[in-house]
Design a protein around this ligand. Structure first.
Ligand SMILES: Cc1cc2nc3c(=O)[nH]c(=O)nc-3n(C[C@H](O)[C@H](O)[C@H](O)COP(=O)(O)O)c2cc1C
Length: 324
């Protein structure tokens, strides 16, 4: 499979998630069968005004490829400068533009899903971005701003005209943010109307969810987002199901401890202990969800861990308990 001229080995794309899809998370998820990973969203203004943290988001590594870096913004002139900076400092394969973020801090500037309210401006902006970028451009949209203004088909057709190489669709409206049910019926057979490949996103928690979303829309790609948190095998099993192969059994508790430990070490290596621990408080509990009797331990991790040693003690405790 290809996106523009980039070879993509599997149809499973790791969704961009702010605060989650750091380089360490992408490297952790990749061996489970991720075909393409996206970074957290990166502010074009942050890049242009020299924010050091923003530049950190653009870090990639050899095993991270193929990888897309996601930009958000609303002014084509700033986007042009930001793209030139990214191309100078970062090694990546695809430039993605966030046209779906529903967060007020982003939409009040006209960026993210606010762009969906004005398809003509969106088209002009994306045409400029495509012509400024030396890399193929992808973009991530939603069904529309709200249930009264669903315009995904119109927007997708404009994006194709603007020259993007992949359109990812989160099948919710911006107003829904991250709750409520995605409505895949709004993108039924959409792929047949377009020459550019599609990727679908929204409530992908099982391999069957992925297949269903792809079948309804005709999309060639599917995004794993919240469903992959603490469940990296979801990626593997989506690939198995799509290939008609047998699925792997759900991970055991001991496997989950191994995954959690591996990921924790990778994030600490990347960000240092203090910053990593703050992020791990939110991410590690996912590895132990769905196991009866682990609610207290999940709460303990999310509130109390201060050092890697604290975390190690919890891992050892879980290992000892599960061997009893
Ligand atoms: C914590 C979090 C952060 C997210 N950050 C981004 C982002 O930076 N850019 C983006 O395009 N989508 C972002 N998303 C949306 C996801 O990529 C995905 O489309 C959405 O979660 C729907 O998939 P799901 O229901 O399977 O989780 C984010 C979602 C979550 C939960």
């Amino acid at each position: 499979m290809k996106i523009a001229d980039i070879e993509i080995k599997t149809p499973v794309i790791l969704a961009p998630m702010a605060g989650v899809t750091t380089l360490a998370y992408r490297e952790f998820m990749k061996p489970f069968g991720v075909g393409l990973s996206y970074s957290e969203m990166i502010s074009d203004c942050g890049l242009v005004y020299g924010n050091a943290l923003t530049r950190e988001y653009a870090k990639t590594s050899k095993i991270d490829h193929p990888v897309g870096l996601q930009l958000f913004g609303s002014d084509p002139a700033i986007a042009k400068k930001a793209i030139a900076i990214l191309e100078g400092i970062a090694s990546y394969d695809i430039l993605d533009v966030n046209l779906g973020c529903p967060v007020y801090k982003v939409t009040k500037t006209g960026a993210g899903s606010a762009m969906l309210k004005d398809p003509n401006t969106l088209y002009t902006y994306m045409r400029e971005v495509v012509s400024s970028s030396h890399k193929p451009v992808s973009t991530k949209i939603r069904l529309g701003w709200d249930s009264q203004s669903i315009n995904v088909r119109e927007v997708a057709s404009l994006l194709e005209k603007a020259g993007v190489s992949l359109i990812s669709i989160h099948a919710r409206t911006a107003k829904q943010a991250y709750s409520g049910t995605p409505d895949y019926s709004k993108i039924e057979n959409l792929a047949s109307e377009l020459s550019v490949p599609l990727c679908v996103s929204g409530d992908i928690y099982t391999p069957e969810d992925a297949k269903k979303a792809m079948d309804i829309s005709g999309a060639k790609f599917v995004m794993v987002a919240r469903g992959g948190l603490g469940n990296p095998k979801l990626v593997t099993n989506i690939n198995h199901l799509l290939m008609g192969e047998d699925l792997e059994p759900p991970s055991t508790l001991l496997e989950e401890v191994d995954y959690a430990e591996r990921f924790a070490k990778m994030l600490i290596e990347q960000d240092g202990e203090h910053s990593a621990i703050m992020q791990l408080r939110g991410l590690i509990p996912h590895f132990f969800s769905g196991f009866p009797g682990y609610k207290k331990i999940r709460a303990e991790i999310s509130v109390n861990i201060k050092t890697y040693e604290d975390l190690q003690k919890i891992f050892t405790g879980i290992r000892n308990r599960s061997r009893l």
